[in-house]
Write a protein that binds this ligand. Structure first.
Ligand code: HT7
Ligand code: ZN
Length: 859
């Protein structure tokens, strides 16, 4: 497949200021007529050739200025037409088969409903069009179809007319006044009901809001609607951004490749990020809904009003919008807890990407299949990079920068460079060297050494950005580090400082410290780096108990555990030194359990052990089973050593009744954590408590955390609870997904047998991405299952990729990175992982999606 390079960008030769689309809707066949008003682009290369992208479609007819023409030609999937004037009208008819569209890109059918997914290149599966984000058009849409099958007809913008047709049909016309790229087009037709509200913007625009779902689901939409209203208000207050249409529709669809899609005025969501009530959704589900509703809404400005010039600029909209949704969620709940969760995601999903064969900068230089670049790097590291700009400027000056960006580029298809320039000018920052964060891949490794002499503290800080595919040599990048120097006796510091390391190595000197202070560094995770600080274990215990930055406190806990577990799997430390480190971990955990000043949400965070994937990141070559066992041993040991406190905690929080307030949510988080340790230490007691919790639960958070513990135990209560769960929630697809995920993600000794059986369960289907992810992504991230020494886990994922690729290549490709980490895994497993990749690569008809990921992973 051809490689597309960022540097080869050329403006389009032809523009399409207007498009009128007509759909004769049917689940089996939909007929599409598309009328394009095209104009030569003054900034184009003057070519007469107009390229209209297509993908698995054929033109039924082509007309230019009203005349049927035959001298069009196909170039691969694309339609080429020669045009000699300045402006023309092109009319093209196509016939598509939504029911046969298993890729879920373009127009497809889901439970009798028709819906679209056009980002990144799905529009070309509907009609021929210059399907690139720098061609902006005003869309008019007319759709007609059977009224009984499709009582609700939606598209972007406003409904301008509707009426009845013949033979039980009806029609609707929609007009979106805002020019947009084709990837933001959307259409939905189906039997839907809405939970509606009205919102008045701060300048007085009245907006009708609808959350559309299948009949029966409407009682689970209030949280999504509340989150939408909160997002609209927050964007006005925080970024000065108002909504710009009279209508905002959100539609929930159960077959969806990703989380949601920000189509102008008609967001389409995975049901997972819409439906919630206490009985079926966990606290984490509620938070995810709030975050994704916010994310898609915020795209209205960062993505829709200002879009991307080309797909290499994807982080322009995604990185910035992730930052905006993170700040929103932090303001809606607990800022430190949200920061910890975001860093956990970055470390477990993005750090491995950055250190593996698929590493790429947040603004990639080349791709074969753009769907493969909707990555944690583009999204989450992209957000971290913009967050660093905010940290360096401060929130007020950063806001001046974003104001300038929105004002200067409104209505344009912009670049990351445009964003950087606006922040530079608006916020008054020099970002010359900082641009390296956009072009260099790899997580900077930062070393900090502290020396104390007389009353002066000297920090020697150095950085190394590792080599990544195609980028052997790296330059030093500006790294903003928030630091504090603590007085050990008073547990206080003299104010936080921001230092910026912009060289390979630098020293920073601070005076007025008669005694050596305790260093707290990268507070709030001010830079997305891996940190190596040489310090005594006692300093970490001190920070874990006393740092006034909650993130730094969490970080100290994590560092203590990482340090201990890495030592546990290596020979570098004596047995007595290992025991001393383990005792330090215990003291830190005991302090967290006993700290009455700590809120339970934060306590729950502090009690979480780092995942095996993050532990493996610390080693050049890891034995995942050894890490897994060491982590399980530590869990059981802490459970035994702190048994009384953990049981007391579980008892205390179990008495707190269900509510959605922070105290009760914190209680449920602690309940889940306490149960994990109790069960690891004493499976019988764990099973007894989990069983009681399961049957007494009046909410999904408690029921799921209890079932999760039971799933890992070989006890009779396990099957009873699993059977009950399935029966209780039969017909609720999102909860049945949990039933699959809990079993596939469990620590049960027979987990691989369970996964094999679940794949044959009548509720399992390859055609629903949520179900596929519930079973197989849970298996791929479960070290016990995936890294089974015999290779069964690798074979399971390899076979899944091979079977899923012809059905849904985008989803199949998402499983490749798990196998692609083979170089960082011990040699025997590495062989088995590589063999699976080779077996996939040997298939003749692989999709471009999977082919790119597999080739890069083997390369
Ligand atoms: N901007 C949206 C991306 C998306 C997507 C991309 C490829 C294939 C399917 C997709 N569904 C949604 C989601 C977002 O970041 O808001
Ligand atoms: Zn997004």
């Amino acid at each position: 497949p051809p490689v597309i390079h960022r540097e080869d960008y050329l403006p389009p030769a032809w523009l399409v200021p207007q498009i009128a689309l007509e759909f004769a809707l049917g689940v089996d066949e939909t007929h599409v007529t598309s009328k394009l008003s095209v104009q030569r682009n003054p900034a184009g290369n003057g070519s007469d050739l107009m390229r209209l992208n297509g993908d698995q479609i054929a033109p039924l007819s082509v007309r230019v200025d009203g005349e049927a023409i035959n001298d069009w030609r196909l170039d691969g999937p694309d339609l080429l037409i020669e045009l000699h004037g300045q402006a023309h009208e092109i009319e093209i008819e196509t016939l598509i088969k939504p029911i046969a569209n298993s890729q879920l890109m373009g127009l497809y059918a889901s439970h009798g409903m028709l819906c679209t997914q056009c980002e990144a290149e799905g529009f070309r599966r509907i009609t021929f069009f210059p399907d690139r984000p720098d061609v902006l058009s005003v869309y008019s849409v007319r759709m007609a179809g059977d009224k009984a099958a499709f009582p609700i007809l939606l598209s972007n913008g406003n409904c301008t007319a509707q009426g009845e047709g013949e033979n039980g049909t009806h029609w609707a016309e929609w007009h979106d006044p805002w020019p947009k790229p084709s990837y933001l087009f959307a259409l939905v037709a189906g039997n839907l009901v809405a939970n509606s509200a009205a919102y008045t913007t701060r300048s007085g625009r009245k907006v009708a809001l609808n959350i559309w779902v299948r009949p029966g689901d409407e009682s689970r939409t209030q949280h999504a609607l509340d989150s939408l209203i909160a997002s609209m208000k927050w964007d006005e207050q925080t970024f000065g951004r108002e909504y710009d249409l009279d209508l905002f529709n959100v539609v929930a669809v159960s077959d969806f490749n990703m989380g949601a899609m920000e189509n102008k005025g008609l967001n389409i969501f995975n049901t997972r990020y819409v439906l919630a009530d206490p009985d079926t959704a966990t606290d984490a589900d509620y938070d995810a809904i709030e975050g994704v509703i916010g994310h898609e809404y915020f795209h209205n400005w960062s993505g829709n009003r200002i879009t991307c010039r080309d797909w290499f600029q994807l982080s322009l909209k995604e990185g910035f919008t992730v930052l905006r949704d993170q700040l929103f969620s932090a303001d809606m709940g607990s800022e430190p807890v949200k920061r910890i969760e975001d860093v956990r995601v970055l470390r477990s999903a993005q750090f491995p990407e950055d250190s593996g064969p698929l590493a790429h900068p947040i603004r990639p230089d080349s791709y074969q299949e753009i769907s493969n670049f909707y990555t944690a790097t583009v999204y989450n590291k992209g957000a971290e990079v913009i967050r660093m700009m905010r940290t360096m400027a401060g929130p007020e000056r950063f806001r001046k920068g974003t104001d300038l960006y929105f004002e200067r580029h409104d209505g344009e298809a912009a670049t990351c460079e445009d964003f950087i320039k606006a922040i530079e000018e608006g916020a008054g920052l020099d970002l010359e060297q900082f641009r390296l964060w956009y072009s260099q891949a790899g997580t900077p490794q930062v070393q900090v050494r502290m020396a104390h002499e007389g009353d002066a503290v000297t920090l020697t800080v150095s950085q190394a950005v590792p080599s990544t595919p195609g980028q052997a040599m790296k330059q030093p990048m500006p790294i903003p580090l928030r630091i504090a120097l603590f007085d050990r006796d008073t547990a206080s510091h003299d104010g936080e400082r921001l230092i910026i390391l912009d060289k390979a190595s630098d020293t920073f000197r601070f005076e007025g410290y008669a005694k050596a202070p305790v260093l707290s560094v990268n507070r709030g995770f001010s830079a997305p780096i891996a940190l190596d600080v040489e310090r005594p274990v006692e300093d970490l215990v001190f920070l874990a108990a006393s740092d006034d930055d909650p993130f730094a406190r969490y970080e100290a806990m994590q560092s203590l555990v990482v340090r201990h577990l890495i030592a546990a799997v290596s020979d570098a430390m004596s047995a007595s030194a290992k025991a001393a480190e383990r005792n330090a971990v215990k003291r830190a955990f005991a302090a967290v359990l006993d700290d009455v000043a700590l809120d339970d949400l934060m306590r729950g965070e502090l009690l979480m052990l780092p995942p095996v994937s993050y532990l493996a990141e610390q080693l050049l070559v890891a034995d995942p089973s050894a890490l897994y066992e060491a982590r399980e041993d530590l869990k059981a040991w802490l459970g035994r050593e702190l048994s009384a406190s953990l049981r007391a905690l579980h008892d205390r929080v179990s008495a707190i009744p269900y509510s959605r307030d922070a105290g009760a949510r914190g209680a449920r988080k602690c309940k889940a954590q306490a149960l994990i340790y109790i069960a690891a230490a004493d499976p019988a007691e764990g099973a007894r408590r989990a069983d009681t919790q399961y049957w007494a639960a009046d909410n999904m958070t408690d029921r799921q955390s209890a079932l999760s513990v039971l799933c890992g135990l070989d006890v009779p209560e396990r099957k009873q609870a699993l059977d009950d769960f399935h029966k209780r929630y039969e017909g609720n697809a999102l909860v049945i997904d949990k039933w699959f995920a809990l079993q596939a993600g469990s620590t049960h000794p027979l987990v691989l047998d369970h996964i094999r059986d679940l794949a044959l369960h009548p509720d399992f289907t390859m055609s629903n991405p949520n179900r596929v992810r519930a079973l197989y992504m849970s298996a791929a991230v479960n070290p016990k299952a995936f890294h089974d020494a015999g290779g069964e886990g690798y074979r399971t994922i390899g076979e899944l990729i091979r079977r899923l690729d012809p059905i849904n290549p985008q989803t199949a490709a998402r499983f490749v990175p798990a196998l692609g980490r083979w170089r960082r895994i011990e040699v025997e497993r590495a062989h088995l992982m590589k063999a699976e990749l080779e077996k996939i690569a040997s298939l003749p008809d692989l999709s471009r999606d999977v082919r790119e990921q597999v080739t890069k992973s083997l390369g």
